[in-house]
Design a protein around this ligand. Structure first.
Ligand code: TMP
Length: 235
C-alpha cells in the first residue's frame, strides 16, 4: 500500500564493490544531522529485521539468478513499506546504501536477466517508490575489488593498502571480474538513461573529494527550505 503524502527526501547511494558508499553515507548523514535535519541512514538488502534475514540468506547461499533477484526484491518490498515510506511521510531525509539501480546493475546487467521485466518487477517491489536523487560512485573494477580485498593478492597490494579491505567477501564479491565489469557498465548505462536523477561521482579519488562532490549534489536538489533549515524555517 502506498502512503500518499511524501514530505521527506529520498537519496540512494550506488556503485560497484569497494566504491566507498558506506563511508560516504555516514559522512552525509552526520553533515545533514549537524544542520538539524532529520536523517534516516539505511541499507539494502536489509534495513529492517525481516529484510536483514533475507540479506544473510542471499549474500551467503547460492541461488539461481531469478531467485536471487526476487530475494533482493522481497527484501526491498519489506524495507520500503516498513521503514522508508514511514520515514519519508514523517519528513525525514532517507539515505539508502543501494536501491533500485543495484538490482538492474547486478541481476540485470551482471547476471544478464531480461532488463525490462526486471525493471517492472523492481517497480512492483517498491510500489513505484524511486529515489529523488541517486549518487553513483564510479571507479575502475580492479580498484574497487582491491579495496574489498577480493582481487588476487599481488595486484590488490599495488592498488589498495590491505587495511582498507575491511568486510568479509560475499559470494557476489567473489564473482569473476567480467561480472563486475558488466555491473559497472550497467550502472553507467542507467545513469545515461536517467541523468536527471543519477549523478555520477568519480570515486577513485580520496574520501574528502568524493564527499565534497556528493554534498554539492545533495544541496543542489534538496528542496530549498530543507537545505537551509535554520535560516528558512523548514518544518
Ligand atoms: P554491500 O552492502 O556490501 O554493498 O553488499 C550488498 C551486495 O548485494 C553487493 O554485492 C551488491 C548486492 N546487491 C545485488 O546484487 N542486488 C541488489 O538489488 C542489491 C540491493 C544488492
Amino acid at each position: 500500500m502506498k502512503t500518499p503524502e511524501r514530505k521527506g527526501f529520498f537519496v540512494s547511494l550506488e556503485g560497484p564493490e569497494g566504491s566507498g558508499k558506506s563511508t560516504l553515507l555516514a559522512r552525509l548523514a552526520s553533515a545533514l544531522a549537524a544542520r538539524g535535519l532529520p536523517v534516516l541512514a539505511t541499507r539494502e538488502p536489509g534495513g529492517e529485521p525481516g529484510a536483514e534475514r533475507i540479506r544473510e540468506l542471499v549474500l551467503r547461499d547460492g541461488f539461481v539468478p531469478r531467485a536471487e533477484a526476487l530475494l533482493f526484491l522481497a527484501a526491498r518490498a519489506q524495507h520500503v513499506e516498513a521503514v522508508i515510506r514511514p520515514a519519508l511521510a514523517s519528513g525525514a531525509i532517507v539515505l539508502c546504501d543501494r536501491f533500485h539501480d543495484s538490482t538492474l546493475a547486478y541481476q540485470g546487467y551482471g547476471l544478464r536477466l531480461e532488463l525490462e521485466p526486471l525493471r517492472q518487477a523492481c517497480r512492483f517491489a517498491s510500489g513505484d517508490l524511486m529515489p529523488d536523487l541517486t549518487l553513483l560512485l564510479d571507479l575502475p573494477v580492479s580498484v574497487g575489488l582491491a579495496r574489498r580485498g577480493t582481487l588476487q593478492p599481488t595486484l590488490a597490494l599495488e592498488l589498495a593498502p590491505p587495511e582498507e579491505a575491511t568486510t568479509r567477501p560475499t559470494a557476489i564479491d567473489l564473482r569473476p571480474v567480467s561480472f563486475h565489469e558488466r555491473v559497472r557498465e550497467g550502472f553507467l548505462a542507467e545513469a545515461r538513461r536517467d541523468p536527471r536523477r543519477i549523478k555520477v561521482i568519480d570515486a577513485s579519488r580520496g574520501p574528502e573529494e568524493v564527499f565534497r562532490d556528493a554534498w554539492k549534489q545533495v544541496m543542489a536538489v534538496l528542496p530549498r527550505g530543507r537545505a537551509h533549515p535554520r535560516t528558512r524555517g523548514a518544518s
